[in-house]
Design a protein around this ligand. Structure first.
Ligand code: SER
Length: 581
């Protein structure tokens, strides 16, 4: 089965079970300050898991592009990737455990669907602890479906509990499904430590809310959140022993082998393939980022630079572009399923080339400098970063090869001293999870809508949103406009927004179709991102936007709006930072 066939089968199955299919959201989340990238299909659904009504209903399914850098050290083994696709289905306070488990089983084993042999399947369920009891319901459901006792592992929170990513929020036990990818018959008993058992699917039962006091209270709306790894699943369906042999990765690996003249370590080949693929998807995302030293741009830079370093390790001549021809293969492999890659091909290849050329100039010198160091202090690592552009993990990786350690703490202190320490630096941020939907964020989100409307009134209708990022402290907003705003224009925008705040206009939410929303003049971006039904948020006649929410109830809640910075973001794109006080 090919990746395309699996995507289709999965969505067809859940359509039969009355689910609405949602398109993949961008990799770079909007209005979600807790994560840099979409790390699971549930991310774009956070407000709805917390109780907002979803316009497409209570049963949803999607194939979501994801990036997880939390597992980056494992990339190179048989089963881990930084970029992957997640097949998922959700119940928003509708069906629960029984249907979720039975449908997972039906999809996996029924000949009409995947037809996997039951002999090769095992599962794990939550064992119970002081916060929540043993999940005997899930255990009994699996037993009734015919899984033997020995093939059901009972595990603790580490393995069988999902969320919350932050300190509080919805979470719950989960049940994971594993497939035997080892040589010979699957053992009678399931040992989760045995790496030949590959996790392919996770059903989360979001039935608790973790409170600020650390208590687990039953949740009013019980949700189902599942995630199946596409690459892993097509690998096991095809009897492959690793994901790199699947049709969506094998052509990349083959080309890398050819470039390397047939030699080199398998791990470096895989890291190069994985990182170029991830970089291609990040560059091709509807919300564009480019390599930089902060936020998503920094992760992108790390992918590209680490890829180049491994190319060098493989003996590939990095004077010639390496990532560029590999990215062309990625685009070719995915252009039908992700048309944005073909649309953004020029940007993807240009940015890769620029970054490769920039890094290649300093790589040799940096490596020489590195060789001279006997031990690597945090300051040395920071110097390698600022002078030679070595991301921290490149230095730690080189240090490991040399048998020495890097003082990561000292590096981070240096980093902090010199610039705003981006959230990228702390691995904990990548685990994914629930968004911050605090009142501060809601208010700033509403302010962003008012500001877009004001910008269009002051500057003209060519102004369109190009990206937005909101934390509890400030909003950051990118929009199309060819030149720097004058102080007078900024003042006019502030005045218009503050006037709306003074008028205390209620924020009204309406569910409608995309066409209807457009007819009514609602603003909306990113073309095919929306499902059939959408929500439109309005503030009187002043602002009307297609948006998932959440928002303040009325503009009066916002306080005083102020622009604190207006600057260039990239060619033809301006960036505003603004606050409410
Ligand atoms: N959110 C869960 C996961 O990421 C299920 O999709 O595993």
């Amino acid at each position: 089965m090919t990746a395309s066939e699996l995507r289709k089968k999965y969505l067809d199955f859940f359509k039969e079970k009355k689910h609405s299919v949602l398109p993949s959201a961008p990799l770079i989340p909007e209005n979600d300050p807790t994560v840099l990238f979409t790390t699971a299909g549930m991310h774009p659904l956070v407000p709805f898991l917390l109780g907002e009504k979803h316009p497409a209903g209570k049963r949803l399914a999607s194939v979501q592009k994801c990036i997880r850098t939390g597992d980056i050290d494992e990339v190179g083994d048989n089963w881990h990737l930084t970029f992957f696709e997640m097949l998922g289905n959700w119940s928003l306070g509708d069906y629960f455990k029984e249907e979720a488990i039975k449908w997972s089983w039906e999809f996996l084993t029924d000949k009409k669907w995947l037809g996997l042999d039951q002999k090769n399947l095992a599962v794990s369920v939550f064992a119970g602890d002081e916060d929540a009891p043993f999940d005997n319901e899930a255990y009994d459901l699996w037993r009734d479906l015919g899984i033997s006792e020995g093939r059901i592992a009972k595990l603790g929170k580490e393995d069988n509990w999902w969320g919350p990513a932050g300190k509080t929020g919805p979470c719950g036990p989960d049940t994971e499904m594993f497939y035997w990818a080892g040589v010979g018959e699957a053992p009678k008993n399931f040992d989760p430590q045995n790496k030949n058992w590959v996790e392919i699917w996770n059903d989360v039962f979001m039935q608790y809310n973790k409170t600020a006091e650390g208590k687990y209270e039953p949740l009013a709306q019980k949700n189902i959140d599942t995630g199946m790894g596409l690459e892993r699943t097509i690998a096991v369906l095809g009897g492959k022993k690793n994901i790199y042999e699947t049709e969506i990765l094998a052509p990349l690996v083959a080309e890398i082998r050819r470039m390397a003249g047939g030699g080199g370590e398998e791990k470096s080949i895989r890291i190069l393939a994985d990182h170029v693929r991830a970089a291609t998807f990040v560059l091709g995302d509807p919300i564009g980022v480019v390599p930089s030293n902060i936020g998503q741009g920094y992760i992108l830079r790390r992918f590209i630079r680490r890829a180049i370093r491994h190319a060098k390790k493989l003996g590939i001549d990095t004077k010639e572009n390496v990532a560029v021809p590999l990215a062309e293969i990625v685009i070719d492999l995915y252009k039908d399923d992700y048309p944005e890659l073909a649309e953004k091909k020029d940007k993807i290849l240009n940015e890769l080339q620029k970054e490769e050329d920039k890094f290649d100039k300093t790589l040799e010198k940096g490596l020489k400098e590195f060789e001279r160091l006997e031990k690597i202090t945090g300051k040395d690592a920071f110097n390698l970063f600022t002078t030679y552009g070595f991301p921290l993990e490149l230095t730690t990786e080189l240090a490991k090869d040399k048998g020495v350690q890097v003082d990561v703490k000292e590096f981070e202190e240096e980093f902090k001293k010199h610039q705003e320490l981006s959230r990228t630096a702390s691995a904990g941020q990548f685990k994914g999870g629930l968004a911050d939907s605090s009142d501060e964020v809601k208010r700033l989100h509403t302010a962003a809508h008012l500001m877009l409307a004001a910008l269009r009134k002051v500057l003209g209708d060519h102004v369109e949103q190009r990206g937005s990022n909101i934390t509890a402290e400030r909003l950051r907003f990118d929009f199309s406009h060819p030149q720097k705003m004058t102080p007078e224009e900024i003042k006019k925008v502030e005045d218009l927004v503050n006037e709306q705040i003074k008028n205390n206009v209620p924020i009204v939410c309406e569910v409608t179709t995309v066409d209807e929303a457009k007819k009514k003049g609602a603003m909306g971006i990113f073309g095919n991102k929306y499902g059939e039904k959408v929500k439109v948020y309005s503030a009187g006649d002043f602002s009307k936007e297609i948006c998932g929410g959440p928002h303040a109830n009325s503009t009066g809640e916002l306080g005083q709006f102020k622009v604190i910075k207006e600057e260039a973001s990239s060619a033809g794109i301006r960036r505003i930072k603004a606050i409410l006080s």
